[in-house]
Write a protein that binds this ligand. Structure first.
Ligand SMILES: [Zn+2]
Length: 440
């Protein structure tokens, strides 16, 4: 008998990204192709079919082992899985869900990419198990999604929670949508680029000219990060202004939804989050109405490019037979032998190793388990754990470099150094997203 899988697909403006995913969320295979540009719907569908075909072939999985297919689309999708509008690719008007059901004869979910991304974060990422959560994703524009009372808010036509077009300053700049003072017109990357360009044109000196080129046609998130790290006054000011606009939007959203957490993702936050999130937290804390209530947490998204694809799976999972969802845990089973040796999935481990937050078991490579540096932690803590367990065999010790400890604090990852037995117990029983290092 073949194992059962889901397929999640994220159709982006430039790439179509698909994954073969186990019922507990483990990614077995991924495939990425370019989105045909300026193409008709037929060509995009053909590329989508090819991704599914490649996933099945590379994963050596027959179609009948696929329990469900979830597809994230960059646009408005109605409650029946019909694409209403996609501004950047030509799928507008395509009855995508029904087309896919007919072709693959499986359960299908089709939805907005940002909404699905937030569902992914709720399933496996930063919004783990949250029932009330608002997601804001500043990229070129600003995407948004809201889960209230455990349900995704999609509105009468599927166009709800377009948080980027909330008006935060009626006297503000014009937005691409035609309104003035939208959040996106103040905090999207195009707005950040517009403000930097205008200041440079007026003669203000900035490092960004050296980093991104004189014409400043496009300023990538990485370039913004470098300028911020160098404390460039212009970029610092513009990013701060954009963070304050995000903060004001959060104040209003907090009054409407009173979420447990705000999740921020997207390119700009991935690169510059440490300069943006504290400002948002501060603006939220200044709201006198909430002075005696808890401020919602402000968190960075954890799934990165996998969010939309995994969110597609999270969405279709809800419509599947619960007995199909039974699967060994997302994390591998660890056991200790009587002589304190470690077994992972039944296999005896010869020496030190670590397991990332996505459940992948890795050899230490260049990492010395007795002394961890910041770059070691960047490797071990990829895929966004909430806790980092250090399991030390008798007589072994692990210490952290100062910068490594700072890294954990900044990423809000809680370190727990424990003797072997206790560490394995915590790893096996924890509900949190977790990474573990074995110093054996
Ligand atoms: Zn707008």
């Amino acid at each position: 008998m073949f194992k059962k899988y889901f397929i999640g697909i994220d159709i982006g403006g430039t790439k179509i990204y698909g994954g073969l995913v186990s019922p507990s969320g483990k990614i077995a295979r991924t495939v990425k192709v370019s989105t045909p540009s300026n193409a008709r719907a037929g060509a995009i569908l053909a590329a989508l079919y090819q991704v599914i075909k490649d996933l099945l072939k590379e994963g050596n999985v027959p179609l009948k082992s696929i329990i469900g297919l979830g597809v994230a689309v960059p646009g408005v999708v109605d409650g029946n899985g019909r694409v209403v509008v996609t501004p950047n690719i030509s799928l507008s008007g395509v009855d995508l869900k029904n087309i896919l059901i007919k072709r693959y004869k499986t359960v299908v979910a089709v939805g907005n990419d940002v909404n699905f991304g937030l569902m992914g974060e709720r399933w496996l990422g930063a919004a783990h198990k949250a029932n009330n959560v608002v997601g804001i994703f500043p990229g070129t524009g600003v995407g948004g999604g809201v889960i209230a009372g455990g349900r995704m808010i999609d509105g009468a036509q599927g166009a709800a929670a377009e948080l980027g077009h909330m008006i935060v300053d009626p006297n503000g700049p014009r937005c691409t949508c035609g309104n003035t003072g939208c959040l996106e017109a103040l905090a999207g990357r195009w707005a950040i680029e517009r403000d930097i360009r205008a200041a440079v044109k007026k003669g203000e000196k900035s490092l960004i000219v050296d980093i991104a080129g004189k014409e400043l046609r496009q300023i990538k998130s990485g370039a913004l990060k470098r300028a911020l790290q160098a404390k460039d006054p212009l970029v610092t000011r513009v990013i701060r202004k954009s963070a304050e606009a995000l903060g004001s939007a959060c104040v209003s959203l907090n009054h409407i939804f009173n979420p447990e957490a705000f999740i921020f993702g997207g390119g700009v936050v991935e690169s510059c989050g440490e300069h943006i999130l504290p400002v948002i937290e501060k603006v939220l804390k200044q709201d006198p109405f909430f002075a005696r209530l808890n401020s919602p947490r402000v968190l960075q998204a954890k799934l990165g490019d996998d969010a939309g694809m995994l969110g597609g799976v999270a969405a279709v999972r809800q419509e599947c037979d619960p007995k199909d969802l039974k699967d060994s845990s997302y994390y591998p089973k660890i056991a200790l032998t009587a002589s304190q040796k470690v077994r992972v999935k039944g296999k005896l481990m010869p020496g030190a190793f670590f397991i990332r937050a996505d459940g992948k078991v890795k050899e230490p490579g260049d990492i010395t388990p007795s002394y961890l540096t910041e770059s070691d932690l960047e490797v071990i803590c990829r895929k966004g754990p909430e806790i980092f367990i250090i399991a030390c065999a008798a007589g072994k010790k692990t210490s952290l470099a100062v910068k490594a400890a700072k890294f954990l604090k900044k990423k809000k990852i809680i370190p727990r150094a424990l003797p072997l037995g206790e560490a394995v117990k915590l790893y096996s029983s924890s509900d949190d997203r977790r990474a573990i290092l074995f110093n054996l």
